[in-house]
Design a protein around this ligand. Sequence first.
Ligand code: UD1
Length: 441
Amino acid sequence: MEKLIITGGKRLNGTVAISGMKNAALPILFASALTRDTCILQNVPAVKDIETTVAILSEMGVTVKYLDPTTLEINGKNFKPCTSPDKFVRKIRASSYLMGVELGLAGRTRIAFPGGCDFDGGRPLDLHMKGFEAMGAEMRTYSDGYMGEAPDGMTGARIYLNKASVGATVNLMLAAVLTPGTTVISNAAKEPHIVSLARFLNTCGANICNAGTSDIHIEGVSALHGCTYRIPPDMIEAGTYMAAVAGTGGKVVLTNVYPEHLQATIDKLREMGVTVMANNALETVTVISDGKLSAIELETQFYPGFPTDMQPQFASLMAVAKGTSVIREVIINGRFAYLEQLKRTGVKTIGETKDTAYIEGVEHLTAANMTATDLRGGAAMVMAALMAEGTSEIRNVHLIDRGYDVIERKFSALGADIRRCDDDPDAQTLSSTKAPLQSPT
Ligand code: UD1
C-alpha cells in the first residue's frame, strides 16, 4: 500500500496537461468489443480504472495492445460474452457496461456485482435493468451479480429514465446500437462522455442521433467496423487542478481542456473570487488566485450543471473561504464520508445532513493524516494537504489512482511538495517523480 506525503503552503505555478476523460474512455473501451474489428483509441488516460478495464477485456478474448502509454489498439474479434472475470468486475463501476455490450451482441449477459466508489446511499442499477427489459431481456440478480437473457431476441424500444443516469444511458446505448429497430432513450444523460460515446460509435457505423440532448434516438445497425478515435480531455481532472490553484494561490495554465465542459466549475471559481481565463481555440484555461476566497452556495446537478464529481474538491476550498458555504448534493446520496477525514485538517462544518453540508471558512488548515474514502474525496484531501501548514499523509492512494494519472507528478511539476512512498515504514521510499503507471503489455 502506498501513501502520499504532502507539505503544504506552496503556491502552484506553471503548466499542466490534462489527460483524457476516464468516464469517456471506459464506455468506449467496452464499446470497442461491439465492433469485432480493430479500433485505435488515442488520449486514453493512464489511470487504474483503465488498467482494470483492459484486464477485463483481455480475459474475455479481446486483444489490447499499448502503442504508447495513451494509445491503445483493440481488437474484439474473439470477444466471448458472459466470461467476465469476477475479481476485476468487482473493482469498477463501469464494468456494468458489459451488460449492454453482451445483450447487444449475444442477447444474454452475466456479470458479478460491479464495484467502484461505495457511497452510503448505494448505487442502484434499476434503471439499467428496466431499460434492458423494455428491449426484451429478462433480467435477474443471482447471489454474486446480474444475469439476463432475451428469449425472443432484443428489439428497439422507447425507454424513459426517471433519473438522467449516466450509467443507464451508456448501457442502453450499448445494448441498442446492434439491436434491430429504433430505441429512444428519454430523459437521457447529457454529459460530454455520452456525446463522446455516440461519436465513437457513429464513427464505427452506428446510427445514433441527438446524443447530448434529453432524447437519444438509436437505429439499430447489423454490424460495426473499427475506427481511430481520440478521447476528449477529462473535465474532472481539469476541475481538480483548477480548484487546487484556487486554494493554494498561484498561476497555472491547463492545456488539453475543452473550456465548454468546464463552465459550471469556472463559474463557481469566479464566484469565489478566482480569475479564470478560457481560450476555446487554444484549448487552455488559465487560473490565477491569491488564495483569498469567498463563501458560496453550491448544488450538484446533471450536466451542464455543477458536477457531483467536483463537490468534494470544492468542500476543501470552502474550508478556507471567508464566510459560510453550503453544498447541496442532489445526484449521489451519502457522498459526504470524506468530510470526517477533512475535519482532521481543521475543516469546520456547522451542520451536516445526508445531502447538505454547511462549511464555515477558517484562516488556515493544519497538516493531518487522512485516509482516502473514495476517488474524489481523496482528491479533496490532497487539496486540503496542499493548502495546510505542515506535512500531511494520505493513505489509500490506490483510490485516487483510479482516476488521476500519477497525481504527485503533475502537482510536483507545479511546485508542490508531494511525494509517494510505501505505507510500510521498512519499504523503500519512492521519489516524487515516480515513473508513469506501467502499461500492461
Ligand atoms: C457516473 C460517473 C461518476 C459520476 C456519476 C454522476 C462513470 C464511470 N461514473 O456514475 O463518476 O459521479 O456518473 O455524474 O461514468 N441511479 C438510480 N438508478 C440507476 C442508476 C442511477 O437510482 O439505475 C441514481 C443513483 O442514486 C446514483 C445516481 O442516480 O447514485 C447517479 O447515477 P449515474 O448517473 O448512473 O452515475 P454512474 O453512471 O454510476
